[in-house]
Design a protein around this ligand. Structure first.
Ligand SMILES: [Zn+2]
Length: 352
């Protein structure tokens, strides 16, 4: 793929970043965002903030675009006979884990495999059932004494499935939730190098969304933006998945609508898509949107917040699938939204 955003995304997919342990991802983003922003800073919880100043005289209104850096994974609970037992960090589906390559973050990084005893070796009544997490093990192929020296309960295990190009425009890999959105944010920052914008922009790569959205909540409080947009992934359509809960892959991003979302921000995102001619589908989230949007919305005295999502197949598996054109559309849409913010937009916002 000669596309630089796709190449950057592929790099991001290979960097571990479990909730609370996002530093490796943040370092790579710092290198990428440093030439695109006026100022980088790191929050007390480890979220990265990249400030790009607007063109109007100070004090300027400020918009935050937030995408989380963390990805789900596993933690070692027990080391026994040279094998590791596991628990989930975030919404892991154990049915798809057997056979997956992983990286064990012990005293050093050790490649391993998630394994399940062959059906013939399992007792009746167990072998016909889907794998339970408590029956899965990690095999790192070393003698038991060596494993006990190098791995301890509490060590983290990340997915090590290498990314792969699929078809013509798709990419598959672990952690596309939410590295796909970080690629879109990067594209937005690049687009804004050539486009004037009146408002200050802070691109925020947040921590711990998969567990508590603590990064988004604290960045919202620390930055006090006048408005914000969360960028995440949503369920893409696929065979066997209900149409009313899914959105077309390669059909453009979604614009979330629900109580997490400020109606004025939702409308402005829709207007930006129209100006650009980017396809945008409204995604209904009548409850909590399951993104950083809610945490940002209730930070401080409340922040008018919108949210867009990139459709993704096989959410929370080690091989999620995203369409590269959807990432481009999301990045361009965010840039158009920011560039289109007029000086008095905040004052004109009303909930009704
Ligand atoms: Zn996510």
């Amino acid at each position: 793929m000669p596309d630089p955003i796709a190449a950057f995304l592929k790099e991001l997919l290979q960097i571990p970043g479990l909730p609370g342990h996002e530093t490796p991802v943040r370092r790579r983003l710092e290198a990428e965002w440093e030439p695109l922003a006026d100022e980088l800073s790191v929050s007390r919880l480890g979220s990265l903030h990249a400030l790009k100043r607007g063109s109007s005289p100070p004090p300027r209104p400020k918009v935050m675009l937030a995408a989380h850096m963390d990805a789900i994974g596993l933690m070692v609970t027990d080391v026994t006979g040279g094998f590791l037992r596991l628990t989930a960090v975030g919404g892991v589906d154990p049915r798809i884990l057997p056979g997956q390559p992983v990286l064990v973050h012990g005293r050093r990084e050790l490649p391993g495999l998630v394994v399940h005893p062959p059906a013939a070796c399992l007792p009746e009544g167990v072998k016909d059932r889907p794998a339970l997490l408590e029956h899965l093990l990690v095999d790192i192929g070393l003698p038991a004494a060596q494993v006990s020296r190098m791995v301890r309960p509490g060590d983290l295990v990340s997915y090590a499935q290498p990314p792969m190009e699929l078809g013509e425009d798709l990419i598959a890999g672990p952690a596309l939730d939410n590295r796909a959105s970080l690629a879109a944010l990067t594209l937005c920052l690049r687009e804004l190098q050539q486009r004037p914008h009146v408002w200050d922009l802070v691109a925020a790569a947040t921590v711990q969304e998969e567990l508590s959205a603590g990064g988004a909540l604290t960045s919202g409080f620390a930055l006090r933006p006048d408005l914000a947009v969360a960028v995440d992934v949503t369920y893409a359509r696929g065979l066997g998945q209900p149409d009313h809960k899914t959105y077309p892959l390669a059909g453009g991003p979604t614009n979330i609508w629900g109580p997490d979302i400020h109606p004025g921000v939702h409308k402005a995102i829709g207007a930006a898509a129209q100006r650009l001619g980017v396809q945008l589908t409204v995604e209904l989230c009548p409850d909590h949107s399951g993104t950083d949007a809610h945490a940002i919305q209730v930070a401080g005295e409340g922040i008018p917040t919108g949210a867009i999502s990139v459709p993704l197949r096989y959410m929370h598996t080690p091989l999620e699938v995203v369409a590269i054109p959807d990432i481009h559309a999301a990045g361009r849409l965010l840039a158009e939204f920011v560039a289109g913010l007029e000086p008095d937009f905040r004052d004109r916002l009303s909930w009704d």
